[in-house]
Design a protein around this ligand. Structure first.
Ligand code: HEC
Ligand code: HEC
Ligand code: HEC
Length: 74
């Protein structure tokens, strides 16, 4: 690939606007790896989230692993 994934994705998606940060625990797009969670090609799930998800992630229980509400590793 000519560009690293975040740069490529961010050529179309604003990784620094309010909606983006709200969906990503405050993190900006240039500091996270899109492919950990999104499939760039196809998905049977809304939001292009990878089709087989980890239960707490799918249920939006972000706080069980991110108790401080930050998109950093626990
Ligand atoms: C050529 C422009 C383009 C590029 C590059 C691109 N996208 Fe998209 N993406 C779109 C369009 C257009 C849509 C559908 C409209 C929308 O939801 O913004 C979309 C939708 C999405 C959605 C669903 C948004 C929602 O509201 O459900 C996600 C997630 C997404 N893209 C992630 C990515 C990721 C991750 C990458 C990099 C691997 C990427 N995109 C690269 C144009 C692009
Ligand atoms: C089962 C535990 C767990 C759950 C639930 C979880 N996360 Fe995470 N998350 C992690 C771990 C561990 C890391 C650090 C390792 C990594 O980046 O893969 C991480 C990293 C992240 C990052 C940074 C990714 C990067 O590339 O640096 C973001 C953003 C994030 N999580 C958002 C979320 C959101 C949003 C939710 C809820 C929808 C969520 N997480 C639910 C464990 C979890
Ligand atoms: C830790 C997991 C994780 C990572 C890493 C991640 N996302 Fe997301 N993303 C999510 C979740 C969860 C949502 C909310 C999905 C929903 O509500 O349907 C989301 C929503 C979105 C949306 C729609 C919301 C909006 O309006 O902005 C886009 C576009 C998007 N992500 C693109 C990206 C791009 C581009 C990257 C890399 C720069 C990225 N994501 C990295 C988990 C992640």
């Amino acid at each position: 690939m000519a560009e690293a994934v975040p740069e490529q994705c961010l050529s179309c998606h604003d990784g620094d606007d309010e909606d983006f940060r709200a969906a990503h625990l405050g993190r900006a797009g240039d500091s996270i790896d899109c492919r950990k969670c999104h499939d760039p090609h196809v998905s049977s799930d809304e939001g292009l989230i990878k089709a087989v998800g980890h239960d707490p992630f799918v249920e939006s229980a972000c706080d069980v692993c991110h108790p401080d509400g930050q998109g950093e590793g626990p």
